[in-house]
Design a protein around this ligand. Structure first.
Ligand SMILES: [Fe+2]
Length: 143
């Protein structure tokens, strides 16, 4: 498996979780369950971003340079998303949760689309399947 295929599978799980959580928030569901769901999502989401940054991005940065590439945008978005995760998993009020979640939901979905439509195809053409499979073996070995 190429690492980008693993990341795409993980994205599908995250989008499913976002859909469930969004339905809960939109229906005015209780904040304690919403915080619990955000905490359950946080661990795999942060691990996913860490794997992208440790295994995939360095090769891309080497090819594309350190500034003004789609990878720099993704790194900046990771910082924003992690800040939102911190706020959602603390003890926010229902109103605060709903406010932060609205931004988190939008940015995370856009971020995933950017990776899948721009950065993963770019990774496939720049780095090739063999290198992307090698990266995936590093991930499996580390777990
Ligand atoms: Fe991702």
């Amino acid at each position: 498996m190429r690492i980008i295929d693993r990341f795409t599978q993980e994205h599908q799980q995250f989008v499913g979780e976002l859909d469930r959580l969004k339905a809960h928030v939109d229906a005015g569901g209780d904040v304690a369950s919403a915080i619990a769901a955000a905490r359950a999502l946080a661990t795999p989401l942060l691990k996913h971003a860490e794997n992208e940054e440790a295994l995939l991005f360095p090769d891309l940065i080497e090819r594309l340079g350190h500034t003004s590439s789609p990878v720099t945008v993704l790194q900046e978005e990771h910082v924003i998303i992690h800040g939102q995760v911190d706020r959602l998993t603390a003890e926010p009020t229902a109103a605060d949760f709903a406010k932060v979640f609205a931004a988190f939901d939008r940015i995370l979905r856009e971020h995933i689309v950017k990776e899948e439509e721009i950065v993963f195809p770019m990774s496939a053409s720049l780095l090739g399947d063999a290198r992307l499979q090698e990266m995936d073996q590093e991930i499996t070995a580390a777990v």
